[in-house]
Design a protein around this ligand. Sequence first.
Ligand SMILES: [Zn+2]
Length: 152
Amino acid sequence: MLESKSMGKDAKKKLYQLLLNLSEEEKDEIIALLSGMKMQGENNLCDRISEIRARRFKGGYFCPHCASSMVVRFGTYRQSQRYRCKRCRKTFTDLTSTALNFIHDKGKFFASAEIMLSGATLEETAKAVNISIPTAFSWRHKVLDMVKNTED
Ligand SMILES: [Zn+2]
């Protein structure tokens, strides 16, 4: 126990030393690598939104207000495709009346969902994604609802 603890400390120290000794070029490389990872995360988010869209509109597009299928594309809203119903004239997005529609920081939401589904506690999740515990709690319910809904 003691040994592995001190080894972890050593490894961290070594990593820190390594980072300090990097040349400007190497630092640029690492920054490029990290921003590439960040972009990948954003693409991932778009993939997930299209996944939800595909599941939701499996049986064709329909209006969540009146269930009409007379629906046309109507621009975009916060990276979601927006639609308008020709029958009731109301607009909606891919995420309207799904739990996600009410969450502004969808990146954080998906990150926390992944952490939750890996079995982390509320406290661990809240800390990892930098959200409050009540937020983590309410998101956990949304995650569980989504999992339930997509299993149908
Ligand atoms: Zn309608």
